[in-house]
Design a protein around this ligand. Structure first.
Ligand code: PMP
Length: 411
């Protein structure tokens, strides 16, 4: 299919929510790392399902059920193709990245983690990629090892290499930090781990919306992502897992749809991917996630990335010119996320003042409390850009920041 030329003004017309005033000012939505806005095609997919096709999947023979089934499985195929997996059996629908990580922590953990084993994560992980491993380590008397990062927010690969040992049973690393924007060298982490036959889980919650990913080339063993961060609905995401692992792992949740035979004494489980999809799934949301990927596929991904990178560099340059503003996270390889603090102004006050200027950013610990400790800040303000953002929205952000600074510094 031929691709459309990327023109930001045209793209913005596809996202109805962007076209509104907040406190009388044009909305500048710069909170994309928390969740992205939805193109009309995604909204239409949700409406169309409930208006025309609503039925449960996998169990019916009637027309609506067959339609729902076909659309649900078509969405799985779209994800498979979007990330370059070998088979739809390797794509498990989950509620999001968090549930996908928990699935691996419980199921892989049950089968493959034992007393004395080690699991490696990095210092920049989201709580979703910390807490499930911490709990697993507690259950199994295993140890959680943390790879440090430098002051720029880059992974210390030399230490990582030394941490890999015969005790290491899994490495779980984010491909892009939701707080710092750092893009980690996932290929190198995976290659180094595989030299010692250690499987790797990649948290792609932030990277998938910004980087083209091919799991076959990347060779990761697991990859998790959330639909709502890639222009799809909330409540849907997926786990990619190599078939050899998924087949060797026990079910995570149990109930309907994941069985082949049940008696009161015992149960046989069904094949992949359904073995890991107990109960009625988020059918409309899965279909609408497929529509979000269709939307992205209209464009050359590289064009979207280049626009986001241009916004990032433009914003960083303007921010560096503001006295008393410190950017937290200055990795060489960064996605379009900027965390920052401003002298004498609490990040929550920055976010509130910016909101009155129509600029939506986030303030807080961003579910990365250990990272806040490393940078010695209680919280940061965070602006995160998508391909539908514009340079004039960055100007709006900068003007509001200068206003916030003057308000507090003159007080
Ligand atoms: N990992 C990263 C890097 C994230 O940014 C997030 C969401 N902020 C998650 C995992 C968890 O995603 P969700 O809440 O959609 O399950």
């Amino acid at each position: 299919m031929s691709k459309q030329t990327f023109v930001v003004d045209n793209v913005r017309r596809d996202f109805p929510v962007l076209n509104q005033l907040v406190y009388g000012k044009p909305l500048a939505y710069l909170d994309n790392a928390a969740t992205t806005q939805k193109p009309q095609i995604v909204i239409d997919a949700l409406i169309n399902f409930y208006q025309n096709d609503n039925a449960n999947v996998h169990r019916g023979v009637h027309a609506l059920s067959e339609r729902a089934d076909a659309a649900y499985e078509a969405a799985r195929l779209k994800i498979k193709e979007f990330i370059g997996a070998k088979s739809t059996e390797e794509i498990i629908f989950t509620r999001g990245a968090t549930e996908a990580i928990n699935l691996v922590a419980y199921s892989f953990g049950e089968a493959f983690i034992h007393e004395g084993d080690e699991i490696i994560i990095s210092a920049m992980e989201h709580h979703a990629n910390i807490v499930p491993w911490q709990l697993l380590c507690k259950r199994k008397s295993a140890t959680l090892i943390v790879t440090p990062i430098n002051d720029k927010g880059e992974l210390d690969l030399a230490v990582f290499k030394q941490q890999l040992s015969a005790r290491t049973k899994l490495v779980c690393i984010t491909q892009m930090s939701n707080t710092l924007g750092t893009i980690n060298p996932a290929e190198e982490v995976i290659a180094l781990s595989h030299l010692k036959n250690i499987p790797v889980l990649i948290d792609a919650a932030q990277s998938l919306p910004h980087l083209p990913i091919d799991v076959y080339t990347l060779d990761c063993d697991f990859l998790v992502a959330s639909g709502h961060k890639i222009y799809g609905p909330t409540g849907i995401g997926f786990l990619y897992g190599k078939k050899k692992w998924l087949e060797a792992m026990p079910p995570y949740q149990s109930g309907g749809a994941m069985i082949s035979q049940v008696s009161f004494e015992t149960t046989d489980f069904t094949h992949l991917p359904y073995k890991f999809e107990a109960g009625t799934p988020a059918i409309a949301d899965a279909i609408a996630l497929g529509a979000a990927l269709d939307y992205l596929n209209r464009y050359v991904r590289h064009d979207l990335v280049m626009h986001e990178q241009a916004l990032l560099h433009y914003a960083e340059e303007k921010m560096r010119a503001i006295n008393g503003l410190r950017i937290i996270g200055e990795a060489r390889n960064k996605g379009s996320i900027i965390s920052f603090v401003l002298d004498k102004v609490h990040p929550h006050d920055i976010a509130t003042i910016l909101d009155r200027a129509g600029v939506a950013i986030r303030a807080g610990h961003h579910c990365t409390m250990p990272l806040m400790r490393q940078f010695n800040v209680p919280a940061t303000a965070r602006a995160s850009m998508s391909f539908y953002n514009t340079f004039s929205e960055i100007d709006q952000l900068i003007a509001a920041l200068i206003e916030a600074k003057e308000l507090f510094h003159d007080a």
